[in-house]
Design a protein. Structure first.
Length: 343
């Protein structure tokens, strides 16, 4: 989101062949295994290359890279992963790689402990993504991702749009219109849904008509969950046009002040999220319902979170509300079994 009243954008600069232009210097800081582990890796991983023929077993070095991604996923405790615990191993590994990449680039915007030039760090991960598609990745996450994107033929544009959304987060500031917020939600959430569908071997307009509104609904739920924390950090995702219509000042969100106008504004956004969940459900292709049960499970988990937020009047003091792991697993299991599963 843009500072100083500029319009927030998730646009990406495009160069030859539609690829985003990458201006970052190669290499990166040595050290840990997180965001700033630059993009230097142990030599065994660095030599691994990435693409395997579809169906071929990954090399030991690529398996090590996937294990690194699985550990990042395990430590996160994310609701995203609860929906995919019954995937075949090869698909689950690909999702761990996708998740690990998303987690590390998201932390560039969100981790308060992160030091250094965040924009440069994002550019370095941008370059690692390009290298992953070229079979030249060096970081364990990039190596695993490179194997996954070639194994499942995943579209690079989804990752580029995700990075554009994270870049918008780095710019901070406020969203002007709800249409801009929806586009941002597409960049940081719907793209991931499309990648998950790609891992399942699904693509095309009907799949997109399902995955895009579901991702927007999930991200709107996240916006409602984190509204106080985000505002305190200088990121206000509730659109200015809506805040002005309800008489909600930015300062009241940053101060986490409870008021009737704030409650009505948050209720509006909850209703919009429910509309997108319903839109996704209407677009769900009947013949793909079994294949898309993991996505339905994810939708069910986040819709349950939305229910909990509404029951508690959208708490925006203290830690963000989260469903317990047993609850997330139970919701996912019901969706996998087709019991009351919807978007």
């Amino acid at each position: 989101m843009a500072r100083g009243g500029d319009r927030p954008r998730c646009d990406r600069e495009r160069g030859r062949g539609g690829a985003a232009r990458v201006r970052a210097a190669r290499g990166g800081p040595a050290g840990g295994s997180g965001v700033t582990d630059g993009l230097r890796s142990p030599s065994r991983l660095r030599r691994a290359g990435c693409a395997q023929l579809a169906g071929a077993a990954p090399s030991p070095a690529v398996r090590d890279a996937y294990a690194h991604c699985a550990e990042i996923a395990r430590r996160s405790g994310s609701s995203f992963l609860a929906a995919f615990w019954l995937f075949p191993r090869e698909q689950r590994r690909a999702l761990h790689a996708i998740y690990a990449f998303c987690r590390l680039v998201d932390d560039i915007a969100d981790d308060p402990a992160l030091r250094g030039d965040r924009a440069m760090l994002l550019e370095r991960w941008h370059e690692e993504l390009v290298d992953a598609y070229r079979g030249k990745a060096r970081h364990p996450v990039g190596i695993a991702l490179g194997d996954a994107v070639h194994r499942f033929q995943l579209p690079e544009d989804c990752f580029l749009d995700l990075l554009a959304g994270i870049a918008a987060d780095l710019r901070g500031g406020e969203v002007e219109t709800f249409a801009e917020l929806e586009h941002y939600c597409y960049c940081v959430a719907s793209t991931i849904g499309l990648l998950v569908c790609g891992v399942r071997g699904l693509s095309g307009q009907r799949v997109r008509d399902y995955a895009v509104p579901l991702g927007i609904a999930v991200q709107l739920t996240n916006v409602l969950r984190d509204v106080g924390e985000d505002a305190a950090a200088g990121r206000v995702y509730l659109a200015r046009e809506d805040r002005e219509a309800f008489g909600v000042a930015t300062a009241s969100l940053r101060a986490r002040t409870r008021s009737e106008p704030v409650a009505r504004l948050l209720s509006l956004y909850a209703a919009r999220a429910r509309e997108r969940y319903a839109q996704a459900q209407r677009a769900l292709p009947r013949e793909l319902r079994r294949t898309l049960r993991p996505a339905q499970a994810m939708g069910a988990i986040y819709r349950e979170l939305l229910d909990a937020l509404e029951r508690r009047d959208f708490p925006h003091h203290g830690p963000a509300l989260r469903l317990s792991k047993p609850r997330r697993v139970a919701i996912a299991a019901r969706a996998w079994l087709g019991i009351g599963a919807h978007a």
